[in-house]
Design a protein around this ligand. Sequence first.
Ligand code: UD1
Ligand code: UDP
Length: 380
Amino acid sequence: MIDAPVRAMLVLGTRPEAIKLAPVVRAMTASALFEPLVVTTGQHREMLHQMLDLFQVCDRIELDVMRERQQLATLTARLVDGLGAVIREQQPDFVVVQGDTTTALSGALAAFYERVPVAHVEAGLRTGLADNPFPEEINRRLIGRMARWHFAPTSRAAGYLKAEGVPESTVFTTGNTVIDNLLWVLSRGEGRSQFSSGLRHVLLTLHRRENQGDTMRSMGSAVRRLADRGDVEILLPLHKSPAVREALLPELTGHPNIRVVEPLGYLDFAATLAACDLVLTDSGGIQEEAPALGKPTLVLRTTTERPEAVEVGAAKLVGTTPAAIVDAAAALLDDREAYTRMATAGNPFGDGHAADRIVAQLAADFGRTPADSLVVHIGG
Ligand code: UD1
Ligand code: UDP
């Protein structure tokens, strides 16, 4: 039945794309039907490089587009140009993009221009607000117009796509591949928690573009007030973005209960997350990972495209004002029952087998193996 392997080109440029596509590459490699080729755009540099050991065994092409303080328009132009050339040269059977970054949008657009079909992993997330998250909400919608396969992490995301008129036969509910990778990495047991005290452990990450500047500065002041309690160790693996560093470093350096470190490799980050008591974050991926480990999460944003965690009670959307952040954190640290309710609320983002479902569906659609011989569990 198999004549030549199906050539899959997986395009990724940022830390979360690497983390979330690594399980898809592993599943493709294991299937023997696919020949995965990873193209790293270099939208991120250090933060991407520290993730690349997740892809040791597969072929890779590297572009190097990152510039200090890159602007969205010039980044997009460089990416579409560079990826168009790679697609023309490599002639993949299809291109896989993940999520909502500039790399994902540019990968989908470059593939569309070359008439190569696109598979979208983590499709269908929506806030309904064009400027929050900016520019990711519109990036996802645009990718959704171009993709041939829409792999939605939850039934809610699948529902948004269908409501927008995406043909039902191209939408698949799979779970989120981030859970696959988190469980895989933790099972290896090689990471080390970066907390260093016997205090309560609070893990903090902030980076969103729409919060940079004054909003992020005042979020930093909230964190400092929280640290003044004296019974918490707040650990911040700091994003490489200069805009983030300018906003947060003046507020957060020099406090004995706040430790600012460089971005962590995924093994250590997963171990650190597993060892924390409370998560404060504006990250998309961490909103998904924390509930899987029973870590109560305060989402420091005014909206989220991942409301599932809030709905099950594993996360709270607290906004960006200092009073709201300090009060919500204190309420959890001081109320054991409220804490336990959140810690045991459950994980709505998947069971760790999303990538298998994605690859099984692609294999079925490429006709390389009888569809009925594949185990494809589609469900919320
Ligand atoms: C991007 C994604 C966002 C994702 C985030 C993950 C878009 C539009 N946004 O954020 O969805 O949540 O990545 O972290 O694609 N930098 C380095 N080294 C690195 C990475 C970044 O120095 O390894 C610096 C560079 O100066 C760069 C800046 O950080 O210009 C911002 O990087 P960029 O990819 O543009 O970040 P965001 O768009 O904020
Ligand atoms: N992460 C990591 N090291 C860190 C901080 C985060 O490996 O120091 C991982 C985290 O586990 C999650 C992903 O990076 O899987 C989230 O990336 P980020 O917050 O940059 O982007 P987003 O998910 O918001 O797009």
